[in-house]
Design a protein around this ligand. Structure first.
Ligand SMILES: Cc1cc2nc3c(=O)[nH]c(=O)nc-3n(C[C@H](O)[C@H](O)[C@H](O)COP(=O)(O)OP(=O)(O)OC[C@H]3O[C@@H](n4cnc5c(N)ncnc54)[C@H](O)[C@@H]3O)c2cc1C
Length: 379
């Protein structure tokens, strides 16, 4: 880190109005730093607008990543205590099961989660109704399901709206519909931001939080961040009569409730069926959409007829090794990045820790594993 504790930045520019940019901007503003948040379009117009946004640390991952996710969930619990009635943030658990084949990991995952102290119950199909409502358990195989009562979901556009309102109340400057912004580097360090409309902003530090575009944008400055971003599809149904409360993760569909009584759906197979045209547009087959609705109906109690309200398609930011990328580029002092999958779960904590690093110049130990330089070393 280049900045000493005595050189608190006076102005920081954040590029990107998704959850990472907005969360970082509000944390900077809370700590009294003059902060400018710049987005190409309106806020929440990227991956954060079409996320399943299941808050979790389920299954197996590195201990450091597990810990960061748990701390991330902790911050959501604090937020939920502040907004107990918010329809956009609920902690009603998550229910997971696998296909009935050789890859079924449920027993293994349950043992692992139990060892970690991650709240988990291993349920047989006939035990599900008593534990969580709204599920058609006839589709759960004999290996059973895992209920994680501590999990939840957030509607990211609502959270972003709440955080942006606080940011502006604190005096933060929001610049939307700015077109593509780029980081200006002067004498080897980040010195500000320029937008395609010609506006320039000087800064002591810049945070690049442009979602899937982070690897491409840092490569313009000779930096390498591994990229494994796929195109993803999120389908939103019309409001539906269901008593479902938990987030469902099933072999053919993931489902979560929405603030307006509808459901959000995604899955790996439907994501793979998206056709990406060379010009940046996408095509979704009607059979993909109807197939996803049918899979969702099958796992819901009473098998309700589901209809599509809307869907969102586009890149889902995922680093090359699947783990988060947070912090300052060692080669370009003052140039910070945020690029990660699971940005719903990590959104609050990432913004908090990045703001802390930008302000104090002290690397935070919770982010030590997630530095951008690990890609340069492996390249
Ligand atoms: C289908 C799907 C399901 C998901 N499920 C989950 C889940 O269950 N749990 C979970 O924790 N996470 C989940 N995620 C991941 C999570 O949603 C993302 O990690 C998170 O939204 C990423 O936020 P971001 O701020 O990095 O990017 P974005 O939300 O994409 O924001 C980046 C912003 O930067 C803007 N921008 C880009 N380039 C520029 C530029 N040059 N100048 C100005 N602005 C620019 C974009 O327009 C955009 O608004 C899911 C994502 C998808 C798509």
């Amino acid at each position: 880190m280049s900045m000493s504790a005595s050189s608190k930045p006076s102005t920081v520019v954040v590029i990107g109005g998704g959850i990472f940019g907005v969360s970082s901007a509000v944390h900077l503003a809370r700590r009294g730093v003059t902060t400018i948040l710049i987005n190409d379009g309106p806020v929440a117009n990227g991956a954060s607008s079409r996320s399943l946004a299941w808050l979790n640390s389920s299954r197996k991952r590195s201990p450091e990543y597990q810990q960061l996710r748990m701390v991330g969930i902790d911050r959501y619990r604090t937020l939920a205590a502040k907004y107990p009635d918010a329809p956009w943030l609920r902690f009603n658990g998550g229910l997971t099961w696998d296909a009935d084949d050789a890859n079924n990991e449920i027993a293994d995952v349950f043992a692992h989660e139990r060892e970690l102290g991650y709240d988990a119950q291993h349920l047989a199909a006939d035990g599900i109704a008593a534990a969580t409502p709204g599920v058609d358990a006839s589709t759960v195989p004999e290996q059973g399901a895992i209920l994680n009562p501590g999990e939840g979901w957030v509607n990211l556009p609502s959270l972003i709206e709440t955080l942006v309102a606080e940011f502006q109340e604190l005096g933060g400057k929001l610049v939307t519909d700015a077109g593509k912004a780029t980081v200006t580097v002067t004498n080897g360090r980040a010195s500000g931001v320029t937008t395609t409309s010609g506006a320039t902003f000087d800064a002591d530090a810049v945070l690049l939080a442009t979602g899937s575009l982070v690897p491409k944008m840092v490569s313009d400055h000779g930096q390498h961040i591994g990229d494994d971003t796929p195109i993803a599809l999120l389908v939103r149904t019309k409001p539906v009569k269901t008593t479902l409360k938990a987030v469902l993760n099933t072999p053919r569909v993931a489902i979560r409730p929405t603030p307006d009584g509808a459901l959000a759906l995604d899955s790996a197979w439907s994501e793979e069926e998206v056709i990406a045209h060379g010009d940046g547009t996408y095509e979704i087959k009607e059979s993909t959409l109807q197939g996803l609705l049918a899979e969702a109906s099958k796992v819901l109690e009473g098998n309700p007829t589901l209809e599509i309200e809307s869907y969102g398609v586009g890149p889902k930011p995922i680093p090359g090794d699947g783990e988060p990328v947070f912090g300052e580029l060692q080669a370009i002092p003052g140039y910070f990045v945020a690029f990660s999958h699971s940005g719903a779960t990590l959104g609050l904590i990432a913004g908090e820790l990045l703001a802390d690093e930008i302000i104090t110049g002290r690397p935070h130990p919770l982010l030590a594993r997630f530095r951008p330089e690990r890609f340069a070393q492996s390249a």
